[in-house]
Write a protein that binds this ligand. Structure first.
Ligand code: FAD
Length: 362
């Protein structure tokens, strides 16, 4: 890193949504903060994300602490979006559109029923719909659909807009922003505390078990404008997120391929094939972009947030896997608490991995 940085209370390594939101909150608490990113801010997983705020997934059912954490962050989202808009004048594209979880066959219908039972147990709003009822809400859905679950509280934001708003909020608050500044060794940083929010690359800066999980996705556009569908659609093999203006996000594969971000014919084919089975009209859309991003995965699929058990100077804010957009509001608060002398009690502290980790090369 060649740039001469000012001395700071806090240096944040990584300017994705997690690093930027944490920097903003820390600055609001009176700390001098710098954020460094080796690329453009948001160029990691953050801009690649769909932006679904989907706190419950069947796979998480065993992880009650994570479920509760996800739900708490989802609850904070409307106020977080409103505060960002208030401070910056920028809209993060928060759409209270609700989601539909779709089943094409018996196996998928059983999965949908399990998710319904889980949500009902947790007291969450949910509505079981036959295929014909789902089509009344979304007329472009395939007639062959068997079952659907309406999830009226699962919404979405637009990650690229979120990055822009967080950058503006940081800049207005007086956070010092350094894009294109690689941190190779955190010992070189002149700061009292260091927040490592380097996403899938975090393991190259210290001992955390974070690995990249590749996701390929497409940005699609309807030249005739909005109207193909209004809800987020979730189905086996992917999801479709409408932006409300004729743009759609179709994602995403889940692949263990290290730091590879190649877009493959198979990845794109499978996404379009599965989506077309639930929403045939998708094949009429134009492709704006096909791309891949790297989710920061952890062994238990939960984030790693808190002071390093060995080096008190380091605060980890990483490993948000499939939910970093959702968890942005709550993580930013936890990191700011940590930096201002608190040690919030939660299930996602780094010490849960302390006995098992070694630094992994990027
Ligand atoms: C295809 C896809 C779809 C997704 N969909 C959703 C979704 O719908 N909802 C949801 O909640 N989440 C979703 N996610 C997950 C979400 O994107 C991530 O959890 C979140 O973006 C992680 O944010 P981050 O700031 O920790 O990491 P990143 O955004 O990856 O930011 C890390 C930053 O650190 C920088 N960096 C790395 N190493 C260094 C270094 N040595 N020096 C300086 N800078 C460094 C990188 O350049 C990068 O900008 C999705 C992810 C993918 C890939």
């Amino acid at each position: 890193m060649s740039t001469q940085l000012p001395h700071a209370d806090v240096a944040v390594v990584g300017g994705g949504v997690i690093g930027l939101a944490a920097a903003w909150r820390a600055r609001q608490r009176g700390l001098e903060v710098v954020v460094l990113d080796r690329a453009d801010f948001g160029a990691g997983a953050s801009r690649a994300a769909a932006g679904m705020l989907a706190p419950v997934a069947e796979a998480d059912a065993q992880e009650r602490a994570l479920l509760v954490h996800n739900l708490e962050s989802a609850r904070r989202w409307p106020a977080f979006a409103a505060e960002l808009a208030d401070v910056t004048g920028l809209d993060v594209g928060y759409r209270a559109c609700g989601s539909l979880l779709l089943a094409r066959d018996r196996d998928e219908a059983e999965h949908v029923e399990r998710e319904r039972a889980l949500r009902e147990r947790m007291g969450l709003a949910v509505e079981r719909l036959l295929g014909s009822e789902a089509r009344r809400r979304e007329p472009a859905l395939a007639p062959s659909l068997r079952l659907a679950l309406a999830l009226p509280d699962d919404h979405a934001v637009e990650p690229a807009r979120l990055v822009a708003a967080l950058l503006e909020a940081c800049s207005r608050a007086g956070v010092h922003l350094y894009p294109h500044s690689v941190v190779e060794d955190i010992a070189t940083l002149d700061a009292e505390r260091i927040v490592i929010a380097a996403g899938a690359w975090s393991g190259s800066l210290g001992a955390v078990p974070v690995r990249p999980v590749k996701g390929q996705a497409l940005r699609l556009r309807d030249p005739s404008g909005p109207g193909l569908c209004d809800h987020v659609l979730r189905f086996e093999g992917g999801y479709l997120v409408p932006r409300g203006d004729g743009r759609y996000y179709l994602g995403a594969t889940m692949e263990e391929r290290g730091f590879d971000t190649a877009v493959t014919a198979l990845g794109v084919y499978e996404l379009l094939r599965d989506a077309a089975e639930v929403l045939p009209g998708i094949l009429e859309l134009e492709i704006d972009e096909a791309f891949a991003g790297l989710r920061p995965g952890t062994p238990d699929n939960a984030p790693i947030v808190g002071t390093d058990p060995v080096d008190e100077r380091i605060v980890w804010a990483t490993g948000h896997f499939r939910n970093g957009i959702l968890l942005c509001p709550i993580t930013a608060e936890l990191v700011a608490d940590e930096l201002t002398g608190g040690r919030p009690d939660h299930a996602f502290r780094p010490e849960r991995f302390a006995a098992t980790t070694e630094a992994t090369p990027a």
